[in-house]
Design a binder for this molecule. Structure first.
Ligand SMILES: [Cu+2]
Length: 146
């Protein structure tokens, strides 16, 4: 009995296989294309609208998480009086460096570090930040100091 059920199931799979595969492919293809477009728009530094959404409350440290190997969020807006708390949730050691700034902080896996008030090192403006170990892998982001 069990064998018969298996055979029926196998036949059913084979029977609907040809019809189902094109349908199954159509929708994912569209979704993948949309994702690809969004990814292009989300290149760090290219879409500053994202930064507003992650602005932390005035005075509270802004959180930035280091993963293997990217920053979350990729765009961070802070006031000059805010600090940034760096949390390394990855398995690798990561680094937070700001181009044209004096900030260069290593954070071991599972550890946390907090910057000085951002205004101490950076004037208001938009900066590129990166992990000096994984910059070439795209571990970069945008920091807006307001
Ligand atoms: Cu890194």
């Amino acid at each position: 009995m069990f064998r018969v059920l298996l055979l029926v199931a196998a036949l059913a799979l084979a029977a609907c296989g040809e019809d189902a595969i094109p349908e199954a492919n159509d929708e994912p293809d569209v979704a993948v294309d949309q994702d690809a477009d969004e990814d292009l728009e989300d290149v760090p530094g290219e879409n500053l609208d994202d930064c507003a959404e992650v602005s932390a409350a005035e005075g509270a440290p802004a959180g930035l998480t280091m993963m293997d190997s990217f920053f979350e969020p990729p765009c961070l807006a802070v006031s000059s009086t805010q600090q940034i708390t760096l949390t390394n949730a990855g398995n690798l050691e990561h680094n937070f460096s700001v181009a044209d700034g004096d900030i260069d902080i290593d954070v071991e896996s599972g550890e946390e570090a907090t910057t000085d008030e951002i205004g101490t090192d950076l004037a208001a403006g938009t900066y590129r930040f990166f992990c000096e170990y994984h910059e070439e892998e795209g571990m970069v982001g945008t920091l807006v100091v307001e």
